[in-house]
Design a protein around this ligand. Structure first.
Ligand code: UDX
Length: 435
């Protein structure tokens, strides 16, 4: 099938490259000429495992091309996926101006029938707005016609290609049978259940799923505080809960809170949607409160142990909001580091991928060339992202380098007993501290 993907950000580019790899002919559009130039030259503008190979391979096979022109993308496609950004406004509401602008341009470029599919995460009833906007802007003299559908993405950064190719489910929100047929045939070669529903329900499925997952994380973080107070072990509590199939083991890792561009944004948007519709989503406000509190709690653990921070050297392992991505958006590391800097701490940080981005966000800290450099003469070492490389670090060497062998592990990467035996003071989340 000929497919256009409008918006070549994380979601759009993964979607476009994966559709091409499934055998479709895909044209990816983006208004950012620099980004399109980067893609045309065989590079990708962000780090995502496996994506570069897919882009290069499918561009070479002429199944994947790039343009800055929406009109060109519309002309060459039968189905148009919209995956432009829907950032958060001050009020928490999603800003849909890019969606409106793109839809207007699609409508004005339309010469025949197209299926227009929302891929971006959008508030419920956006499908109706897209339909109205299309109708208003359709060229009157031509035989332009369209249908609107919703096909939300559930891609995790760092595992996006795998999530696309092996999804738990595919959600398809449609108004007519033809749209269902078209979308089912696009995903024909993917082995996953397809949930077919109306457009409103599909839109809600996305926001409800991300809100539920965030709630799971805040729940376990809340319980981790109790564990710390009474000397219990959150890892065992999670394990014991996770074996219950009704609960499941995933998203029960306590830490320094969730970050990234999706969870905080989608929670704020869903709360706003609920309020607008007169539904009480107070539970989700508490999910945010616990998440913010978790970062503050971690900062307090550091301060309570180090006393005055002024002039103390603190090493930081990990900056991205989670491993296998260079994404720093809403990374807990930003708030934590800024707070410690405000108290005068001298921060030396290392991240395997996120340092170029981090340098633009955290301007007054030092960046190390490797993890060991962060430990040299440090009063404490903070683990903020659980990169595999940090799990496998030579801890005996780290200890020799540090001024005070003290680790604050915000991701529960290490075994407290082993760290104690190596001579570390070790403070982690929801587990007894080793001192
Ligand atoms: C998320 C959703 O998983 C995905 O389906 C959606 O489409 C986009 O948003 P992503 O933001 O890439 O994906 O990251 P995810 O792996 O879900 O992690 C989100 C955050 O939660 C990270 O900061 C992570 O560290 C944190 N997290 C996750 C926990 O603190 N504990 C957990 O148990 C799981």
């Amino acid at each position: 099938m000929n497919i256009a993907v409008i918006g070549s950000g994380h979601v759009g580019l993964v979607t476009g490259a994966c559709f091409a790899d499934l055998g479709h002919k895909v044209i990816c559009a983006d208004s950012d000429a620099k980004k399109i130039q980067t893609l045309k030259s065989g590079k990708i503008p962000f780090f995502e495992p496996g994506l570069l190979d897919l882009v290069v391979k499918n561009a070479a096979k002429k199944r994947l091309s790039f343009t800055t022109s929406i009109a060109t993308a519309v002309k060459r496609s039968e189905v148009i996926f919209i995956s432009v950004g829907t950032p958060t406004k001050e009020s928490g509401e999603a800003d849909l101006s890019s969606v409106e602008s793109v839809v207007t341009q699609i409508a004005r470029s339309l010469t025949g029938y197209r299926l227009v599919v929302e891929k971006s995460t959008v508030p419920v009833e956006t499908g109706n707005w897209i339909k109205r906007t299309m109708q208003i802007n359709l060229p009157k003299s031509r035989k332009a016609d369209f249908d609107v559908a919703s096909n939300p993405e559930f891609l995790r950064e760092g595992a996006a290609v795998q999530d696309f190719m092996k999804p738990d489910r595919i959600v398809v929100g449609v108004e007519i049978k033809l749209s269902e047929k078209i979308l089912s045939s696009i995903y024909e070669s993917i082995d996953a259940p397809i949930v077919v529903t109306d457009v409103n329900s599909a839109e809600i499925i996305k926001h409800a799923s991300n809100s539920f997952l965030s709630a799971k994380i805040s729940f376990i973080n809340m319980v981790s505080r109790l564990c710390e107070r009474v000397g219990a072990d959150i890892l065992k509590v999670s394990e014991g809960m996770g074996y219950d199939r009704r609960i499941g083991p995933s998203f029960l890792s306590a830490g320094i809170g969730f970050g990234g561009f999706c969870f905080p944004k989608d929670l704020a948007a869903f709360i706003h949607i609920g309020e607008k519709a007169g539904a009480d989503f107070g539970m989700l406000k508490e999910v945010i409160n616990i998440n913010e509190g978790q970062k503050k709690h971690f900062i307090r653990l550091v301060k309570d142990t180090l006393w005055n921070l002024n002039g103390k050297k603190i090493g930081v392992l990990g900056l991205s909001f989670k491993p296998d991505t260079d994404d720093m958006r809403f990374a807990p590391a930003i708030d934590i580091i800024r707070s410690l800097r405000n108290d005068g701490a001298d921060i030396h940080a290392f991240d395997p991928e996120a340092m170029p981005v981090a340098k633009t966000v955290l301007r007054d800290i030092r960046f190390a060339r490797n993890p060991y450099e962060t430990a040299r003469s440090a009063d404490a070492l903070l683990c903020l992202t659980e990169w595999k490389e940090f799990r496998e670090i030579d801890l005996a060497r780290v200890k020799r380098l540090m001024k005070r062998p003290l680790i604050f592990d915000g991701r529960n990467m290490y075994d407290p007993k082993a760290l104690g035996e190596l001579g570390f003071e070790y403070v982690s989340i929801g587990r007894p501290a080793v001192r």
